[in-house]
Design a protein around this ligand. Structure first.
Ligand code: XMP
Length: 509
């Protein structure tokens, strides 16, 4: 285990990901983690992250010097580096000029941390304070024109510090530095691999659940699918998965989910598909306000799920597909608050269960996908792009009707098929068709038409908080347009959404 002590920097999750990419398990904990707990966890190494504070700030996060006496190798990054210097009686100052962005640093590659790293390399800096003088016993191992101590170490005590951020990709050889720390300095073995995660999780689940009954809301999304398969491997038919088809899924999606998880699929579990399309359409009739639509879909989803749960009776465990970023964001050490968008509308109130199980709580999204592959879940499910809980309900502007759902499903299926076929889906964060509420005049054959306009959207994004519109080659758009107007009845115009987020959002409602 590599323990990452979080001082509030923006790249802290990235550090954990990079460490895990080196096949070493890492956990992020807040800097308030007690010394006893740290000793109990007995990590092979500790990383102090960056953070927004200054070490001279009264509120600034700090440990006693005791942590440096544990004999555990420590790497301080940015604020973490300054903290190390400050606590060990070096000097930290506000720099005359802040250093921000890609910066050339000169490194001493006789250091184990920089073994096999170029002497002159590009690193990502983002700081105002800097280490002005290294603590006694330390050797300076890196510098820039602005920053006299861009890296320092006391190899005897296994204390290392870098002012720059090795975890971001802009630091060209950052991964090498982190892997040097993990392997050469902390002497980790690199045994954290998905197959071992999958095996141990299955054993843990078996032990925890015993002969208990487990209920899982399966959406067909990556997280709930992987969680369901892990449980099915662990406890087989003690697991019931309820899949609510709210009639707002993409084309054929309900059948695809059933093919994998239903009785003809490869997994042992009780699969309940609820075809609740009509129930949702009825509730949505005449409703045009986006938030009201979302609320209705969310609530109805829970009611349908509860109705099914009641039929099953008391269960011992309810499965949640919570993943590690949710855990980190919702405050470590506390139990995770489930975000309202995680499932469609939150936790069902009336399901009678004793405890929640969250088998993916410690995984990042790409690790969830890797676990899915390890478990043999088909690629189209493992690699699914994000799909909002309220489904096509937020991709049909205005009132939702069965006819409009059919139009947007067909148009979207054509769009995805052509984008995939043209090989342009690799970098896209999300791409889909939406049905605008606009009708306009067109001509088909010799006839006047007055039909809907479909909007195509494709965005580049890594965090879904901001996004830019993606460039799809014109030939592809052209082909998609032709196919949609010819094959999808009720559409006579196709538009491409060129807006980024902000000011637009990714979804239309
Ligand atoms: P927006 O539209 O806010 O979407 O830019 C950002 C990301 O979140 C997804 N999204 C949702 N996911 N339930 C979900 O599980 C929801 O209610 C929901 N609304 C938006 C959206 O698809 C995009 O990936």
């Amino acid at each position: 285990l590599i323990l990452i002590l979080d001082f509030g920097g923006q790249y802290n999750q990235l550090i954990a990901r990079r460490v895990r990419e080196c096949h070493v398990y890492a956990e992020v904990h807040p800097y308030t983690l007690s010394m006893e707990k740290i000793k109990e966890m007995n990590p092979k190494g500790i990383i102090f992250t960056g953070g927004p504070n200054s070490v001279y700030d009264g509120e600034s996060a700090r440990y006693g010097v005791e942590i440096f006496r544990l004999g555990i190798p420590i790497l301080g990054i940015c604020y973490g580096a300054q903290l190390m210097a400050y606590l060990l009686d070096g000097a930290v100052k506000t720099a005359p000029v802040s250093e921000y962005g890609k910066t050339e640093v000169l490194l001493d590659n006789s250091s184990a941390l920089f073994d096999d790293v170029s002497e002159k390399t590009i690193a990502w800096m983002s700081h105002t304070d800097y280490i002005f003088k290294e603590p006694e016993g330390f050797k300076v191992t890196g510098s820039t024109p602005v920053c006299p101590v861009a890296a320092m170490e006391d190899a005897d005590r296994k204390l290392y510090a870098v002012q720059f951020h090795p975890e971001v990709l802009h630091t060209k050889e950052g991964k090498k530095m982190l892997s040097n720390f993990i392997y050469k300095i902390c002497e980790c073995e690199g045994t954290w691999k998905m197959d071992s995660f999958v095996k141990t999780t299955i054993l843990d689940l078996k032990e925890k659940i015993g002969d208990g009954k487990v209920l899982c809301a399966l959406s067909g999304g990556v997280d709930s699918s992987v969680a369901a398969v892990l449980l099915s491997e662990a406890i087989g038919e003690q697991l019931t998965c309820v899949f609510v088809d709210h009639g707002l899924l993409r084309k054929d999606e309900g059948d695809q989910v059933e093919a994998v998880f239903g009785p003809d699929g490869p997994y042992k579990l009780n699969f309940v598909r609820v075809n609740a399309q009509e129930r949702f359409y009825r509730k949505l009739k005449g409703v045009t306000e986006p938030e009201e639509k979302r609320k209705i879909i969310g609530e109805e989803f829970i009611r349908v799920f509860e109705d099914e749960a009641k039929k099953i009776g008391k269960v011992d465990f309810l499965v949640q597909g919570t993943i590690y970023p949710d855990v980190i964001e919702s405050g470590l050490g506390k139990s995770a608050t489930i975000k309202s968008h995680h499932n469609v509308g939150g936790l069902p109130d009336y399901v009678d269960f004793k405890e929640i199980v969250e088998p993916l709580r410690m995984l990042f999204k790409d690790e969830v996908r890797a676990a899915g592959r390890e478990l043999g879940i088909p690629e189209h499910l493992v690699n699914r792009q994000p799909f909002p809980g309220p489904g096509l309900g937020v991709r049909i502007i205005g009132e939702v009707t069965a006819k409009k759902v059919r139009i947007v499903q067909d148009a979207d299926a054509i769009y995805r098929e052509e984008v995939d076929k043209a090989g342009c889906s690799k970098n896209l964060g999300q791409y889909f068709a939406a049905l605008t509420n606009m009708r306009s005049v067109g001509v088909m054959g010799d006839e006047r038409t007055y039909d809907y306009a479909i909007a195509l959207r494709a965005v580049l994004t890594s965090d879904f908080m901001t996004a830019e519109s993606a460039e799809i080659p014109w030939e592809v758009l052209n082909k998609v347009t032709n196919r949609i107007v010819n094959e999808v009845k009720g559409v006579n115009r196709v538009l491409y959404d060129c807006t980024g987020k902000p000011p637009a959002t990714i979804e239309f409602e």
